[in-house]
Design a protein around this ligand. Structure first.
Ligand code: ADP
Ligand code: ZN
Length: 342
């Protein structure tokens, strides 16, 4: 078991890798707790939840919705929640976002924690204190920065995860290695068979490592003024691919990572051999590195996305394996690359 501290200005957030869902009660510390989960996790693991009221949402992105969060707030009121109550989200990225958002806003904010049950949530979504819900098709458009007291990463829960969901999470694991950790990249190259077979020790190693990278970046820049932007590696193009193709998030990010690697080569930042290692690694985890979507449609979606964020496109490029730079990139140059040079 490994404890990782996210060092923040106002409070501490602790990620506990290798802890067991059965020990959740210990972290609730006698407070009146309300659990939020989805129906898959509820079906698989309800018998291991502590005895608290449980609100069960439908699985999937549609539950990350303002109306769903209002329903949960109503339920909290009906069940006597007050300012001293505690919220625990048990689930993947969707449940953690939703539970975090409700906790951060109900009665101006309750303390909360997570048991992250997907690989993506354990290494990424549950860490960092960003909580949001969608509105009218705009993703995470309403949300808060608010940190969970704890994130329990029980790697044994990942055994029941559908193959596609597990691989989806690997895209973020690879992304973190590319941002800050060449050793982790080497490890992922050498151990893809046991990692894909979900060997327990390997899962604990990669989740610990990856969570530590995210925690360090968040600790450096909680409110995303600079360093935290690096976490967008593969996501600028990836989000647009996701929008146009409806591919799962991890697969779209994988295509975005490949895009960023090639652009980095074109700009003379990354060696061709390094790009090839990156593409081979993604492929060895069954992640796609290209797709058939019309590049001009993806490009337009990307520009639209960025306009909402205020115009300039900050592209995250790789200047080696385990190191990235944030570059403000010219839109015409990007269009040329996306349409002809990729
Ligand atoms: P993500 O973590 O990828 O953002 P979700 O929260 O939507 O995504 O979870 C992905 C899917 O996996 C959902 O259908 C969810 O119910 C299911 N799920 C979550 N955790 C587990 C688990 N430990 N075992 C099996 N299925 C799970
Ligand atoms: Zn992502």
């Amino acid at each position: 078991m490994e404890k990782i501290q996210v060092n923040l200005k106002n409070r501490q957030s602790t990620i506990i890798v290798g802890e067991c869902l059965n020990n959740l009660e210990k972290y609730i510390r006698g407070r009146k707790c309300f659990i939020i989960t989805d129906s898959n996790v509820n079906r698989l693991y309800r018998d291991r939840f502590p005895s608290c009221p449980v609100y069960v949402v439908k699985p999937g992105e549609k539950s990350k919705d303002l109306k769903v969060s209002a329903g949960i707030c109503r339920w909290l009121l009906e069940n006597g929640a007050d300012r001293g109550s505690f919220i625990t989200g048990i689930g993947g990225g969707v449940v953690c976002d939703l539970a975090g958002f409700v906790a951060a806003t109900f009665m101006r904010g309750l303390s909360f924690g997570f048991v992250a049950t997907t690989l993506l949530a354990q290494v990424d979504a549950a860490i960092g204190g960003k909580n949001g819900v969608n509105l009218d098709g705009y993703k995470n458009i309403i949300g808060t920065f608010s940190q969970p007291e704890f994130v329990i990463c029980d790697v044994d829960l990942l055994i029941s995860l559908p193959e596609k969901e597990y691989v989806n999470g690997m895209a973020e694991v690879i992304k973190h290695a590319l941002i800050r950790d060449k050793h982790q990249f080497d490890h992922l190259e050498g151990y893809n068979i046991p990692i894909l077979a979900r060997d327990r020790n390997e899962m604990e190693l990669i989740v610990g490592h990856s969570a530590r990278i995210k925690a360090a970046i968040v600790g450096d820049d909680e409110l995303e003024h600079g360093e935290r932007r690096k976490l967008n590696l593969g996501h600028t193009w990836g989000h647009a691919v996701e929008k146009v193709t409806s591919l799962p998030h991890g697969e779209a990010v994988s295509i975005g990572l490949a895009f960023s690697a090639q652009l980095s080569v074109n700009k003379g930042l990354l060696k061709e051999e390094e790009r090839d290692r990156i593409l081979d690694l993604l492929s060895s985890y069954d992640l796609p590195v290209k797709n058939d979507a019309d590049p001009s449609a993806v490009f337009s979606a990307m520009v639209m996305d960025k306009k909402k964020e205020g115009g300039a496109i900050h592209f995250i490029l790789m200047d080696g394996i385990g190191s990235v730079v944030v570059e403000q990139t010219d839109v015409d140059e990007l269009r040329n690359f996306a349409l002809y040079g990729n």
